[in-house]
Design a protein around this ligand. Structure first.
Ligand code: ATP
Ligand code: MG
Length: 247
């Protein structure tokens, strides 16, 4: 990080890219994760590398849904683990959620490397290694989850989930919160709460709202969730990308 001058116009984007490269070197991020990062960068560029107002609303709704949940779980893959390990632990603490490693291309080595990396950043318990339940509608390997984690969760945060799995999770009668910079992605389209923002900004953004809402009563939280309009949020993000006036 130190090699990139603070005043470089693409400073944040370059720091983010280096974290993904470092994640690959550590065995946390897959090579496919590099490609996902590239797609994300393109959309972030078009959004102006900022949290648009509709995404901030989505982050507030996500915080409210996580605080209302009986059993919230934050799903962690190789990209978010490399990008925001400490911030994920802080969010889990703020909303009392479990962290579960959940990989598209699952290998035991990467599962263990990610769990260790989260523990290095303060996580106490990391789920995902039991893999004693399956998401219905997915092939054996791709559907593996923990029974007392994602399988039984009522609210799940899935940053950068692949479209198929986001769809299968959505059919499981959960509140699904997706962080994805592409508003046209199937993952964003099937989410109950799509957050069109970079995970680097969105995760701490949700945490800030969770702290802000820590003393709110259930009725207030419920109202924030109910007022959130997923289709309007996706339309606002697409408009922002096209250079429109809504945002
Ligand atoms: P679909 O959802 O249409 O089936 P996909 O999920 O199979 O597509 P991927 O390339 O695996 O396609 O998806 C990666 C997604 O993650 C892209 O939509 C990309 O914009 C998004 N993404 C990548 N990096 C980030 C990031 N740091 N924050 C948020 N979203 C990101
Ligand atoms: Mg997707």
């Amino acid at each position: 990080d130190a090699e990139i001058p603070e005043d470089h116009p693409r400073h944040d984007s370059l720091v983010t890219r280096h974290r993904i490269e470092d994640g690959v070197d550590r065995g946390i991020t897959s090579r496919q994760g590099l490609i996902a990062q590239g797609r994300g960068e393109a959309f972030d560029y078009l959004l102006g590398e900022r949290t648009i107002p509709s995404a901030d609303d989505a982050e507030r709704a996500a915080a409210a849904a996580l605080l209302l949940a009986d059993h919230p779980v934050l799903s962690v893959n190789g990209n978010v683990a490399a990008l925001v390990p400490g911030e994920l632990v802080e969010l889990a603490d703020a909303v009392d959620a479990d962290l579960e490693v959940n990989l598209f291309n699952r290998t035991e080595e990467r599962m263990a490397a990610i769990a260790d990396y989260l523990r290095e950043h303060g996580a106490e318990e990391v789920k995902g290694l039991a893999a004693d339940a399956r998401i219905p509608g997915l092939s054996h390997e791709r559907g593996k989850v923990d029974r007392d984690g994602i399988y039984e969760a009522d609210v799940v945060l899935v940053p950068l989930e692949d479209g198929d799995r986001a769809e299968a999770l959505g059919e499981m009668d959960k509140t699904e919160i997706v962080i994805d910079l592409n508003p046209l992605s199937r993952s964003a389209q099937v989410a109950s709460i799509p957050i069109v923002d970079n995970a680097v900004r969105a995760v701490p953004g949700i945490t800030a709202h969770a702290h802000d809402l820590a003393d709110a009563d259930a009725a207030t939280l419920r109202e924030i969730v109910d007022e959130f309009d997923a289709d309007a949020a996706l339309a606002a993000a697409e408009d922002a990308i096209r250079g429109g006036e809504m945002e």
